[in-house]
Design a protein around this ligand. Structure first.
Ligand code: GLP
Length: 241
């Protein structure tokens, strides 16, 4: 994996946004897999700014959400679909988006339907990922099956705790299950951008970069992907002085 190192989160996000903007300019109808969480917030702000100030065309993109909590509808403020609509889809004028139905009566069927929709669309051209403190990508938790496609996952207590901010800081309010694109589906993306910002990601990023691929650190499977670039700040890389 190629690593692009930056002194701080702002510099990393700005550089990532420049690269993604250039990619979008070359692929205005591209299919993007986009994450939620704090990591991509600044990236999305920069992309919206590029649309407003430089006329970057976002509206022809097709966006796929990577994951969603089981039990949260599209209007729940903590749902990932709501977050993507608010942070990039609506301000970007992006009408074509496949988000997950968190209140689907049969989450496993929703996973199968999502997988089929993604395949029929032609798969992801560009996948943007964050990384969890325990090395998860999307919601593929440690010990997940690397051969899995879209599936329902039990969220690790550390993940529920890490995501509690969107639930008033109360981890017990965070759903226990989620639907996620599996490692096998993520690995089919043509090109991957992995963002890692902040000291809390250092341990996970070190394992993902330098330990042999292992189910204990799902991000490490990305070592087997031919086109992954890591965009990280010094804190995540452990090089901050
Ligand atoms: C969440 C999301 C992931 C995200 C990760 C890190 O669990 N499912 O897509 O990358 O946590 O979130 P953050 O960027 O807020 O650290």
């Amino acid at each position: 994996m190629q690593v692009r190192a930056f002194p701080d989160a702002d510099a990393a996000s700005e550089a990532t946004a420049r690269w993604v903007s250039a990619w979008i300019a070359e692929n205005p109808s591209g299919r993007l897999g986009l994450p939620t969480g704090r990591t991509p917030d600044a990236l999305y702000r920069h992309l919206i700014q590029a649309r407003q100030e430089q006329g970057l065309r976002l509206h022809d993109l097709q966006v796929f959400g990577l994951d969603e909590y089981v039990g949260l509808g599209p209007d729940h403020p903590a749902s990932f679909g709501h977050t993507l609509r608010r942070s990039i889809l609506e301000p970007g004028g992006i009408a074509r988006a496949r988000l997950w139905n968190g209140t689907a009566p049969d989450p496993e069927k929703e996973c199968r339907d999502f997988d089929q929709d993604l395949r029929e669309a032609g798969g992801l051209d560009l996948l943007v990922l964050g990384i969890g403190t325990n090395g998860h990508v999307a919601f593929n938790e440690p010990e997940c099956d690397p051969a899995a496609r879209a599936h329902v996952v039990e969220l690790a207590p550390s993940t529920r705790d890490a995501n509690a901010a969107a639930f008033g800081g109360r981890w017990e309010q965070v759903p226990t299950q989620a639907m996620t694109l599996g490692i096998a589906a993520l690995m089919e993306a043509h090109c991957v951008v992995l963002m890692a910002l902040g000291a809390s990601k250092h341990a996970a990023l070190q394992r993902a970069l330098h330990q042999p691929p292992d189910a204990a650190c799902p991000a490490s499977w990305l070592q087997n992907h031919p086109q992954v670039t890591v965009w990280a700040d010094a804190q995540a890389l452990g090089t901050a002085t």
